[in-house]
Design a protein. Structure first.
Lengths: 382, 382
């Protein structure tokens, strides 16, 4: 379904390209080192006459914005930059309005591009702005974190947080192009890289047990950089592209991508999105462990699989238990409230991604909140 | 293309139904007196298990909300109501956030309905909220003004105003059903009814000269109520449905619906959306007159057609000249600034809907701002 091909003839390993097949809205994800310097050329190939409104955060701007501007200038592409504070708090109504008004102020038009240049937060808020300015502008994603490269930049989900919960406000708006420059990941803190890695592991856990095995054998190389890292990112993007192509608007099977996310979002919420305590990928790491232990608790999946995942995630420095979160221990009532308000709720019964073991995840719409309560009480008593 | 059919066997004239043919997103517009009392039944037929978040304004709530609640209760449909201040200022970021948060607070889910119960402002802000809560809920439009019944409730355009201009932020989000209760129009002020009538006339001016002739002969009956009014609304909805089906996302011919709107929006903006001076339909009335006089000025259309339109609109109490707006006379520079910021601008040249006469409108992308300036200076000097 997805074309994966190597580009270039001289380099032994050029960028990899994955196509997300969505008919008229199909687009390429290009993955490789140094793509930032080719941004002007590659954008011009896809949208020849567009101006570009770059949306980024202070950290990414300091490290990489000049290089991106040079790449756009070299192709004569007119551009503005809107620089936001870094961090989850930027996924707010206030930041969205700020970005939207700056784009309008810059007189960008419907055929012009919003270029989301940053991690998941920037991709979500800039993507949402591109969906709603003049009822829809073009979007190019240039993810600079591992998490954004393997997850949030692909598939068209955009949005902001409500005070009542994460990602409750947003739009489906597919990008026209995703450029994932893997060399930019060298400037990430180890903790940020590990957090993104939790989403890579997730694809193995959903339905690719061989990919999980490969990660288990190659995680040192992936963390060290080089071709294994590019291969891991490409495999993750290919997995996501397949799921998105099957169910673009999350009417059914796309929900599998939420494996570990119901628990993870609830943990992020009770930690008040305090990145010092827990970032999204760490919530997902604990979340996938909880999901597997929950299924073992229900007798659905082998204990052994949950343990293998814990060992693997611990080895790369990720948390695997609620108690691994620094600070005050979350309360079961607060976690259950947060789970009930999460968007994956349908008519009272809870929707969870459950599993029969590694690579055997499925959507279950009828989970009883009392069962979840009993499980969480047991987790927190250990 | 559009099925128009009469319902009911006993009544000599039951409601009329127009289908907007958009494949999976097709929906019916039902037009007739007393539909509010059938709202529960008709909504249940389309979306059987949904809860309903009613969004309305203080005026409509006072006049009609109890009746709507009774109709929903009679079918056992669970509902909440969110009541906003009446007026264009409600199309703001603040009101949008208020509606979105109230919907989330009410624990409405993706399959539930936002019911926009009001005029164009309510339809736009509630429709936009339905597009972005949980990345998209169902939407039912129950337009209560003539303008909303013949224009804004049909076709999926939703949005709010930016401080920089009208409707610059929004989404395309089609309703699942439109219920236009023509009896509710009896509570409109004559000025409000006339404002909506300007949009009815517009459809004749775009490409239905026979409809304009019919309006010219029947406008007294339409203003008096009864079957001529229902026929006029149905004909307007049918005209709009055809345009929307041809070009849902306004990539080309849908722009024809903006006949008179570039001038009209600019006038609204320089009047700071002060309804005491100018409401949207009045802006459109002056706008279509300006568009026809502009084309006569350019030698494209006969002077005679512009005069016929002025006489017709004046007869129903609508303004036809910039000087008809009470208060300080708008300045040409301010009008040109507002036109340039309007969303129908492409790469410096202005896009206008021009015309060769009644029923002969077309999209022109290359209008020189200096020509517009010269015309406006002449208009204001008379």
């Amino acid at each position: 379904m997805n074309a994966e091909r190597n580009e270039g003839e001289s380099a032994p390993r050029g960028p990899k390209t994955i196509t997300v097949p969505l008919g008229e809205r199909s687009y390429d994800i290009v993955i490789g080192p140094g793509l930032i310097d080719e941004a002007g050329t590659r954008i011009k190939n896809v949208l020849p006459h567009a101006r570009v409104a770059i949306v980024t955060d202070e950290n990414v701007a300091r490290l990489h914005l000049d290089r991106l501007r040079i790449a756009l200038d070299s192709e004569g592409i007119d551009h503005n930059a809107i620089v936001l504070p870094a961090g989850e708090k930027t996924k707010s109504y206030g930041s969205l309005e700020q970005v939207v008004e700056a784009i309008i102020e810059g007189r960008f038009e419907r055929g012009d591009i919003v270029l989301a240049f940053g991690g998941g937060v920037i991709g979500d808020v800039a993507g949402f702005a591109s969906a709603i300015v003049r009822r829809g502008m073009a979007l190019v994603q240039m993810p600079t974190s591992l998490l954004a490269q393997v997850d949030s930049s692909v598939g068209g989900k955009t949005g902001i947080n409500s005070p009542q919960g994460k990602n409750l406000v947003g739009a489906f708006h597919q990008p026209s192009l995703v450029l994932a420059d893997t060399a930019l990941l060298d400037t990430l803190l180890p903790r940020e890289f590990a957090a993104g890695y939790a989403e890579v592991v997730k694809y193995g856990l959903i339905d690719r047990p061989d990919f999980f095995e490969w990660l288990d054998e190659n995680h040192r190389e992936i963390f060290a950089g080089g071709t294994a890292r590019i291969d891991a990112i490409a495999a993750a993007c290919e997995a996501k592209a397949e799921v998105v192509a099957r169910d673009e608007m999350e009417e059914a099977s796309r929900a599998l991508l939420n494996l570990g996310h119901t628990f993870g979002h609830a943990l992020e919420k009770v930690c008040r999105y305090d990145a010092a305590r827990l970032v999204h990928g760490e919530g997902v790491a604990i979340g996938v462990c909880l999901a597997h232990r929950f299924c073992a608790h229900l007798g659905l999946a082998p204990d052994e699989d949950a343990r293998r995942i814990e060992i693997h995630l611990s080895a790369v420095g990720l948390p695997t238990r609620i108690q691994d979160i620094p600070g005050e221990e979350p309360k079961v009532d607060d976690l259950l409230d947060a789970i009930a308000q999460d968007k994956k709720v349908s008519r009272g019964a809870l929707t969870f991604i459950l599993t029969r073991g590694i690579g055997k995840a499925y959507v279950e719409n009828g989970v009883d909140p009392q069962t979840v309560r009993g499980f969480l009480e047991q987790e927190l008593s250990q």
